[in-house]
Design a protein around this ligand. Structure first.
Ligand code: COA
Length: 263
């Protein structure tokens, strides 16, 4: 599918969505959000895609947030509908059954930080800046930022960041557990693709089961989460990949996982 605000590429089972409005630092207007949602549906439906990477066009920004111009036309109802659209979209991203890596190559502000937080993990370039600056605009984060940030970095740190609206550099984001890794700008995509390839080489069913167990378990108590893990563990045995994994270990070779979701 052709899009105006994003570019979707698929290579060797790894899909990349690039937010592509560099002239406004890849800020998201409604059309961009709809295209992003459609692209996620397309990727969800394609069994050959094993990992998704999100990044921004240009050298300066991942996503600088929602397009601030549109707020001038909002009333309360429109704001509610916009935030609800964001909630549905961030959930769609978080619940995509395949692993999603955010390659944050510059500003990840407001909605951009919220998109990155709805991914499974973040690699950031040295020049990346993270923040939820909505308070400076007289609003608050509306795409899940007040909920996901405290879960990732703790309540006190999230409150400081949201109440001040300040931006933090990549290394600080890593130190507080928001980003997994900081890379030089030139190295970022190579490092992300290397990790994506490692993940893509694993079994389709087990990857999905692992993501499902972790995501669902984070919303419940430990005992319930561990019970959910039992079902996810058992699900792996619907795939011939289990036999391949065990045989490859015993035969001292690399497993060749070919399992299909249709088995
Ligand atoms: N919405 C709309 N336009 C945006 C934008 C946004 N979220 N973020 C940046 N832009 C536009 C700027 O208006 C500017 O457009 P112009 O060239 O027509 O003036 C262009 O992108 C470049 O941004 P600029 O501010 O000149 O770059 P900078 O390097 O000086 O500053 C930022 C970069 C990210 C610090 C600054 O653009 C910023 O604070 N953006 C808003 C971030 C924000 O509050 N996001 C949350 C929104 S809810």
């Amino acid at each position: 599918m052709e899009y105006n605000n994003i570019v979707v590429q698929v290579k060797e089972g790894i899909a990349t969505i690039t937010f592509n409005r560099p002239e406004i630092l890849n800020a998201l207007n409604e059309e961009a959000l709809k295209e992003f949602s459609n692209a996620l549906d397309e990727i969800h439906a394609n069994e050959d895609i094993r990992v998704l990477i999100l990044t921004g066009a240009g050298e300066k920004s991942f996503i600088a947030g929602a397009d601030i111009k549109q707020f001038l036309t909002f009333n309360t109802l429109k704001a509610k509908l916009f935030s609800e659209m964001g909630r549905v979209l961030m959930n769609k991203l978080q619940e995509l059954p395949i692993p999603v890596i955010a390659a944050v190559n510059g500003f990840a502000l407001g909605g951009g930080c919220e998109v990155a937080m709805a991914c499974d993990f973040i690699y950031a370039s040295e020049n990346a800046m993270f923040g939820l600056p909505e308070i400076t605009l007289g609003i608050i984060p509306g795409f899940g930022g007040t909920q996901r940030l405290p879960r990732l970095v703790g309540v006190s740190m999230a409150k400081e960041l949201i109440f001040t609206g300040k931006m933090i550099p990549a290394q600080e984001a890593k130190n507080m557990g928001l980003a997994n890794k900081v890379c030089s700008q030139e190295q970022l995509m190579d490092d992300v693709i290397k990790t994506a390839k490692t993940i893509a080489s694993k079994g389709k069913v087990s990857l999905r089961a692992a993501k499902q167990a972790i995501n669902n378990g984070m919303n419940v108590d430990l005992t319930t989460g561990c019970r959910m893990e039992i079902d996810a563990f058992a699900l792996c045995f619907t795939s011939p990949d289990v036999k391949e994994g065990a045989l490859a270990f015993l035969e001292k070779r690399t497993p060749d996982f070919k399992g299909s979701l249709k088995e």
